[in-house]
Design a protein. Structure first.
Length: 340
């Protein structure tokens, strides 16, 4: 039986997955196989050649997918996010690390069968950083890819571990054996907080920003769980999706690292609240910092240095804070809740 050439998207029902699938489908270059724990929204499923419902920890499921499809690119988006992960760290480790290992092994097997590299796009996170306190964070300024890598959450630990696994599989896999190259072309982006107008926030510790917006649009009060002066980098979801695709397209010879920072703007929580109140004058946003979640956010940089991404593959965010609010977030969120 001839296998059908596709790209594989795991975690297809998540915040990045929705937009990524629509963009890949619009290109018309690849058919898409989507994998998620739950059935996809019909509007997303309709853009895919096939949808498989199941767990990335299920080896038999992955084997069946590989038996049926020829996979040239893997977008491995499936993960347990930071807030939920802290309640079940062992489960989070299994999903985030073992799940990634399973997909890397699939890429090895597929690459060897095809005789060429399989691209493996991995969304890492700001959570891989671990600054010791808010004062150090303020003094650090823009943080580069190699600094302050001492995460304090299981989510951050697992993302950093997976970055190292990706490097190992791409450059050093079974280096003492005579088996030839792994054929894994691993490429990772460390995303900041992502602002989506399409999907509802689902458990990220940076989700206080989109939660403010969604609560205001529904005329619900929102007690923000961080201090007003809290500052981390953010990015509008369309820029995140464009970055993944731009990194996928980049010639391997132009890449000087396997893991890249990206960012667009870094307002404080108070500045975000003011923008929301301007758009929704009745917004009931208060600040009720949760000490434990605040400590996590304080361990993340106020901003990151994304100069490598800009030099190596031309990363340029299209949305600054003003455009993100005025042309993307407000328009789409108001439309979404008007329909609801």
């Amino acid at each position: 039986m001839t296998r059908k050439p596709v790209v594989l998207v795991t975690g297809a029902g998540g915040e990045i997955g929705h937009g990524l699938i629509h963009e890949i489908a619009a290109r018309g270059t690849f058919d898409i196989v989507a994998l998620d724990l739950r059935p996809l929204d019909p509007s997303v499923a309709s853009r895919c050649a096939a949808v498989r419902v199941g767990d990335i920890l299920d080896h038999h499921l992955l084997e069946r997918v590989r038996a049926e499809f020829e996979i040239s690119v893997i977008f491995h988006l499936a993960a347990m996010l930071s807030t939920r992960a802290e309640f079940v760290p062992e489960t989070a480790h299994a999903v985030n690390v073992q799940g990634t290992l399973n997909l890397l092994q699939l890429a090895v097997e597929e690459g060897r069968e095809l005789g060429r590299p399989v691209k493996f796009l991995f969304p890492s996170s700001l959570a891989v950083y671990g600054l010791p306190d808010a004062g150090t964070k303020r003094a650090a300024g823009k943080v580069g890819e190699e600094a302050w890598l001492a995460p304090i959450t299981i989510y951050g630990c697992s993302k950093l571990h997976c970055e190292h696994l990706g490097r190992y599989y791409a450059r050093h896999y079974r280096q003492l054996a005579t088996v030839g190259p792994s054929h894994v072309d691993f490429r990772a982006i460390r995303f900041p907080g992502l602002l989506s107008a399409v999907t509802v926030p689902s458990g990220g510790t940076s989700d206080y920003a989109p939660e403010m917006l969604h609560a205001a649009a529904q005329d619900r009060p929102y007690p923000c769980f961080v201090r007003p002066d809290t500052r981390i980098p953010f990015m509008a979801m369309p820029d995140a999706i464009a970055a993944v695709l731009k990194l996928m397209d980049a010639p391997a010879g132009t890449l000087t690292t396997l893991v890249y920072n990206v960012a667009a703007f870094n307002p404080s929580a108070a500045e975000l609240a003011e923008r929301v109140r301007k758009a929704f004058p009745g917004a009931r946003i208060t600040f009720a910092p949760d000490a434990r979640r605040q400590a996590i956010v304080d361990s993340w940089p106020e901003d990151v240095d994304d100069g490598r991404a800009r030099r190596d593959w031309g990363f340029r965010p299209a949305y600054d804070l003003d455009r993100a609010f005025d042309e993307y977030l407000l328009v789409n969120i108001k439309r979404h809740y008007a329909r609801s």
